[in-house]
Design a protein around this ligand. Structure first.
Ligand code: FES
Length: 139
């Protein structure tokens, strides 16, 4: 079973989904893990309170980039409010492989960045418990 998940991860890492940028995003954010320098940038277009389109770019480890790719598929069409409240476990489950504490940071880099973008777009404060490490840097 682990092998299937590993293949899934490698596939997303080699062929990231929704890769690129949007011309006129409704909200956007950048996230960086200062421990390794890995980054993702996420653009989101909204329609009727839902994620109508999402694109990401970035560089870094296979887990951070594959998890962000999986995330874009997971939240495509989802209510923005729901996506902004997604627990870290949702993306950890998508990855489906055992993750060390360090690797969890890789897994949630994209999710944290998406949450920053969505809350910024909605003008709402980030929830205190939003599942992402304070060490991360957002822009
Ligand atoms: Fe940097 Fe994974 S090693 S996010």
């Amino acid at each position: 079973m682990d092998d299937l998940y590993r293949e899934h991860l490698l596939d997303h890492s080699k062929h990231p989904r929704n890769h690129g940028t949007l011309d006129a995003p409704d909200c956007e954010a950048e996230g960086k893990n200062p421990l390794c320098g890995d980054e993702v940038e996420i653009d989101v277009a909204l329609a009727d309170g839902r994620i109508a389109s999402i694109r990401f770019t970035g560089h870094g480890c296979a887990v951070s980039q594959a998890a962000t790719s999986m995330l874009t598929e997971l939240v495509d069409g989802m209510a923005a409010e729901e996506a902004a409240a997604l627990p870290s476990q949702a993306i950890i489950d998508e990855l489906g492989i055992p993750l060390s504490a360090m690797r969890v940071k890789c897994a949630v880099l994209g999710l944290g960045t998406l949450k920053v973008a969505l809350h910024r777009g909605a003008g709402t404060p980030l929830p205190e418990e939003w599942g992402v490490d304070d060490e991360m840097v957002w822009g």
